[in-house]
Design a protein around this ligand. Structure first.
Ligand SMILES: [Zn+2]
Length: 401
């Protein structure tokens, strides 16, 4: 299901292709979030036009509404969304444990408390997790088998094994015990999937272990030893970016030895510098709320590392600017000639069109960045391309060559 087409000689980066039930995904790739069955403000055809080949659906939210039975009755997630290409579904573990652990689950990912809806974990046990639905307050349960069953009903191309997303502020002992349970849950997920999983759906296991180097190693060994088709890296990755990049590096160097041919997904990470550094660390796919969430808050992505690649369109300085978000940007918004001043006005006037126009730009920016990284790996120029992009080069020049 995963073919490596080229490797970078100076890093762990690889250029590959995922062959999934609903088509191929050229990697390294970014995966936009279609949390509740839609990438907010966009249609499926917009995503295809931007060059995206996979989106991420959220098991926890879709399980609560509209529910797996209704999604299945509407033809499965692909048919319901009218999205013919690939879909990865998360396991629901991150959201259900966020209810219990609060925002500390991963400060570095910028998902604050309540971002996924208020609710409550009632009990975490070996069998699974009891929680209260944020929609109607009803008592619900999710465990490894439930998660796989819901993901089977959704009909995703890649299902993720159910895991506990351990927060940063817990003891090493808790992280170790939680990791061991996640490994037992992986075995149960694979067992259920082997007997009932839909044909063509593949399963990724998840490496946990927090910020403990030896635990990350143990977890990488356990997941690599399982029969999972691909491997995701999850859990707390540290208190800051430097630590996050270090923890990801531990995982990918272990996986480079233990499971060199299996695809790797980094969960919930996708700032511009994280994508460039993550690709060099050997990550094949990423998902993150960043580009779409920033867009809805009036923040556009621009090649400006000093401003963390952000341009605030709601700032008063934008009011009279006639230039587009980014000169030469091929996205529908910039190509149509929409000025920063116009977008500023739309945000101030709370016009919904603003959210869509900036979402299109931000996802085009990321698509272009990933295309550059793929092209640079193919031509042996990744170190130079990565350095230039991190220094503020506009994406698009490597893939255009
Ligand atoms: Zn643009």
């Amino acid at each position: 299901m995963f073919e490596i087409l080229a490797r970078c000689s100076q890093s762990l980066a690889r250029r590959g292709v995922l062959r999934l039930a609903h088509g191929t995904v050229q990697t390294p790739a970014f995966v936009p979030l279609a949390t509740r069955g839609a990438v907010k403000t966009l249609e499926a055809r917009d995503l295809a036009a931007l060059g995206y080949e996979m989106v991420l659906g959220n098991t926890f939210h879709l399980m609560l509404a509209p529910g797996p039975e209704l999604v299945a009755a509407l033809g499965g997630l692909h048919e319901m969304m009218r999205w013919p290409a690939s879909i990865i579904t998360d396991s629901g573990g991150f959201q259900v444990f966020s209810l219990g652990h609060g925002g500390v689950a991963d400060e570095i990912k910028g998902r604050g408390r309540g971002a996924d809806g208020a609710g409550a974990v009632l009990r975490i046990e070996e069998r699974g997790v009891r929680f209260r639905s944020y929609i109607d307050g009803a008592k619900r349960f999710i465990g490894p088998e439930t998660s796989m069953e819901v993901q089977a009903a959704l009909g995703s191309d890649i299902a993720l094994a159910f895991d506990e997303c351990t927060p940063f502020h817990v003891t090493r002992d808790y992280t170790a015990r939680s990791m061991e349970r996640t490994h037992r849950w992986l075995a149960r997920c694979l067992d259920w999937h082997g007997r009932h999983g839909p044909p063509g759906q593949v399963v990724y296991g998840i490496v946990q272990g927090g910020v403990e180097r030896d635990l990350r190693q143990v977890s990488a060994e356990a997941v690599a030893a399982s029969a999972c088709d691909g491997i995701a890296i999850g859990g707390s990755l540290g208190a800051d970016k430097a630590q996050m990049h270090e923890v990801v590096g531990w995982c990918t160097s272990a996986l480079h030895r233990l499971a060199p041919e299996r695809p790797r997904h980094l969960l919930g990470i996708g700032e511009i510098d994280d994508l460039v550094i993550g690709v060099q660390a050997g990550i094949d796919t990423f998902d993150c709320a960043m580009p779409t969430r920033l867009a809805r808050h009036g923040v556009a992505l621009v090649p400006d590392p000093g401003a963390r690649w952000r341009l605030d369109l709601t700032a008063s300085a934008r009011r009279t600017e006639t230039a587009p978000i980014l000169d030469g940007c091929p996205c529908p918004t910039c190509a149509a000639g929409h000025s920063r001043g116009y977008l500023h006005h739309l945000f101030r006037a709370r016009e919904m069109t603003a959210l869509r126009l900036v979402t299109l730009h931000n996802l085009a920016f990321i698509a272009s960045l990933m295309a550059d990284l793929r092209a640079a790996i193919e031509t042996g120029g990744l170190p130079e391309a990565a350095a230039a992009l991190l220094a503020g080069a506009a994406p698009g020049s490597w893939s255009a060559r």
